[in-house]
Design a protein around this ligand. Sequence first.
Ligand SMILES: NC(=O)c1ccc[n+]([C@@H]2O[C@H](COP(=O)([O-])OP(=O)(O)OC[C@H]3O[C@@H](n4cnc5c(N)ncnc54)[C@H](OP(=O)(O)O)[C@@H]3O)[C@@H](O)[C@H]2O)c1
Length: 218
Amino acid sequence: MIVITGASDGLGAELAKQLMDDGEKIISLSRTKPADGIEHIETDLEDPSSINEAIKMILAKEEPLKALVNNAGILSVEELDSLTPEELQRIMQVNVSAAMSLVSGLLDRIKKDETDVVNVVSTNGVYMRPNRMTYSVSKWAMRGFTENLQEQFRGTKVRVIGFYPGGFKSNNLTRATGHPLPNPEKWVDVEDMALALKQAMQHPKSMQVSTLVIERKL
Ligand SMILES: NC(=O)c1ccc[n+]([C@@H]2O[C@H](COP(=O)([O-])OP(=O)(O)OC[C@H]3O[C@@H](n4cnc5c(N)ncnc54)[C@H](OP(=O)(O)O)[C@@H]3O)[C@@H](O)[C@H]2O)c1
């Protein structure tokens, strides 16, 4: 089984679809129900107790945990002169703390099953952008978490894949701003981005894609 946070929409949903086509069993940790065929563990990643419940439900399953894909993430559009503690807390909780809590709670199982941990970061965690301060900081933290895990699991069969996509077509911008995606033709198709991630996960276990940066070709 492969656990994906946020397989109810966007990149997570498309990755789930493509992995299911390859015969994988997918579990989505999300608030809304994912597409048919994906098992749903209803989870609110903003809520630590909901994450703990999800961990218990995963640990109760006997199938090996092949991969944990920390995909769920939210944008913030607050500007530097008007940051609020509530928004900072929300973004850091969903984009960083939730992934760290999942890895921590599942650690024994990850070691036993030699699970792949896949962190979906962003090019915002590679190049510093002048705006989107809170989102960028959360993604740089996610990059730090990814690189720390790579060191922690050095010498083991647990792979830690860092995926750093540029802009692709999804609803995340619209969710954060209420506006449609501007110039959609300039954004990567989500199917292509999901395929790149799936392929990175499917290399032989002797290979780890530590850092995969895929930029939009502008
Ligand atoms: N789109 C881009 O251009 C882009 C570029 C670079 C990186 N990324 C990153 O790629 C990842 C996926 O983004 P996307 O564009 O595919 O996003 P999306 O279409 O907005 O989907 C986000 C997913 O995260 C889940 N999620 C959000 N808040 C949650 C919460 N509190 N609890 C549980 N699940 C939650 C949503 O599920 P529910 O609403 O059902 O809970 C949904 O399935 C994110 O980490 C994002 O930062 C995106």
